[in-house]
Write a protein that binds this ligand. Structure first.
Ligand code: COA
Length: 199
């Protein structure tokens, strides 16, 4: 469990699929989260999509339900997808979606990303985290930049939805930048004292 002040991140349970079913069939959420407004998915397809996550069988693809502490309600999901293609556990893609729209702009996104970055850098010892979105997703870009991500490039006309092509934006955050901008949650290990020969 990754615990913040107002939210916590926990593993997917089978019972969460009903929430994911609602969120991942919502046009607004899926446009913003996946550049895919016409996304539809059945309960059964969700079951097979997240089977490994529910069983805890996947090291590389980590999914978390975002739970609001005050109501104990699931309000969205987030993910950290460690790049398998590098054959090194050095980088990951981050994803975040607050599925309950009345919970937007309350600071939850900021807290979710803070917790996921702490996991990525301070627990998994990753070197970089990558953030993808389409160029008009202002909330996503604002959140990424607030958390220290730097825009690294754009892929022109790389996604098509709503009758036109959109650019994708790639942003990255390196471990050094994270360390410089945030106080690591664990205090550094005390230096070992030098022992003299006579001791
Ligand atoms: C993107 C998202 C996670 C942001 O979550 P949130 O809880 O609303 O974010 P916060 O309240 O922590 O706000 C973070 C910053 O973004 C800014 N922001 C939030 N929504 C914004 C919007 N619509 N336009 C511009 N800036 C916005 C806030 O002002 C805040 O900056 P500040 O603290 O300097 O004022 C949420 O809008 C969401 O789930 N959207 C749908 C899915 C999605 O787009 N996911 C990202 C895909 S990569």
């Amino acid at each position: 469990m990754l615990t913040g002040e107002t939210i916590l991140l926990r593993s997917f349970e089978r019972d969460d699929l009903k929430h994911l079913h609602r969120w991942q069939n919502d046009e607004d959420i899926m446009r913003l989260a996946r550049s895919f407004p016409d996304h539809t998915i059945s309960r059964e397809a969700l079951e097979s999509r997240y089977e490994k996550a529910i069983k805890g069988d996947d090291f590389g693809q980590r999914y978390y339900i975002i739970e609001e502490k005050s109501s104990r309600k699931p309000i969205g999901w987030t993910s950290l997808d460690i790049h398998g293609w590098t054959r090194r556990a050095t980088g990951a893609d981050i994803g975040v979606a607050i599925g309950e729209k009345d919970r937007w702009k309350k600071g939850y996104g900021t807290e979710v990303v803070r917790l996921v970055l702490r996991e990525a850098f301070e627990q998994l010892n990753l070197h970089r985290v990558t953030w993808w979105t389409f160029a008009e997703n202002e909330a996503s870009l604002a959140l990424a930049k607030k958390m220290g991500f730097k825009e690294e490039g754009r892929t022109r006309d790389s996604v098509f939805f709503d009758n036109r092509y959109h650019d994708s934006v790639i942003l990255g955050l390196l471990r050094d930048e994270y360390d410089a901008s945030s106080k690591p949650s664990l205090s550094p290990r005390p230096k070992r004292s030098m022992r003299t020969k006579s001791s």
